[in-house]
Write a protein that binds this ligand. Structure first.
Ligand SMILES: CNc1ncnc2c1ncn2[C@@H]1O[C@H](COP(=O)(O)OP(=O)(O)OP(=O)(O)O)[C@@H](O)[C@H]1O
Length: 173
């Protein structure tokens, strides 16, 4: 097990239309995860909390403003030969203002819960997103090969509430 020297917090927000069982995904047009569907999110700006970053990234990337924001889980991602782990804070939004609109970074699209394009998403998403949609809180750990696709090891715990952060001392993979 490679020692993980630091972690980088990131946000990931999924807006839901619970009445019609639809999830808003964005096709990422640039940068990390390009040409994949995912939720909306990214890095924290200096001085920002994780929650503030989640709101800001949703507005910047999908042009909608969340009226609620529930932390549903945390995923900790590591990559072969990379000492920096990604700590992804996953949120669900069920009420928002505005209409999802394409931006420079993302092309938003609604999908039925039973028709999520997992083959066009990060391979870990298929493991934990169904629990999130079922409103189960989780803590996931995924260790990726250098191809950023193959999951070499994984662990998913269903918990009563999402922790504030991923405790590096509790890392099992
Ligand atoms: C490895 N398995 C993974 N599975 C699912 N989602 C993953 C992920 N790894 C990263 N993510 C998400 O991908 C986005 C990257 O965002 P990223 O482009 O780095 O951030 P940001 O928008 O700040 O960047 P720029 O504005 O382009 O600098 C961000 O939502 C982050 O949570």
């Amino acid at each position: 097990m490679l020692p993980i020297e630091s972690k980088k917090p990131l946000t990931l927000v999924f807006a839901l239309d619970q009445k019609n069982k639809k999830i808003l995904l964005g096709m990422k047009k640039r940068g990390f995860g390009m040409n994949k569907f995912n939720g909306f999110g990214g890095k924290l700006e200096p001085g920002e909390t994780v929650l503030q970053a989640a709101h800001r990234e949703l507005t910047e990337e999908a042009m909608i403003e969340a009226q609620d924001m529930d932390k549903i889980g945390i995923n900790f991602f590591t990559f072969e030969d990379d000492p920096v782990g990604l700590e992804v804070h996953v949120y669900l939004v069920t009420k928002f203002n505005g209409t999802p609109t394409e931006t420079e970074e993302m092309r938003p699209e609604w999908f039925d819960y039973n028709n999520i394009p997992f083959e066009q998403m990060w391979t870990d998403d298929a493991q934990w997103l169904p629990y999130a949609l079922d409103e189960k809180h989780f803590v996931g750990e995924f260790h990726f090969a250098k191809d950023q696709k193959t999951i070499l090891a994984q662990k998913l715990d269903i918990v009563s509430s999402a922790p504030v952060e991923f405790d590096l001392n509790q890392r099992t993979l």
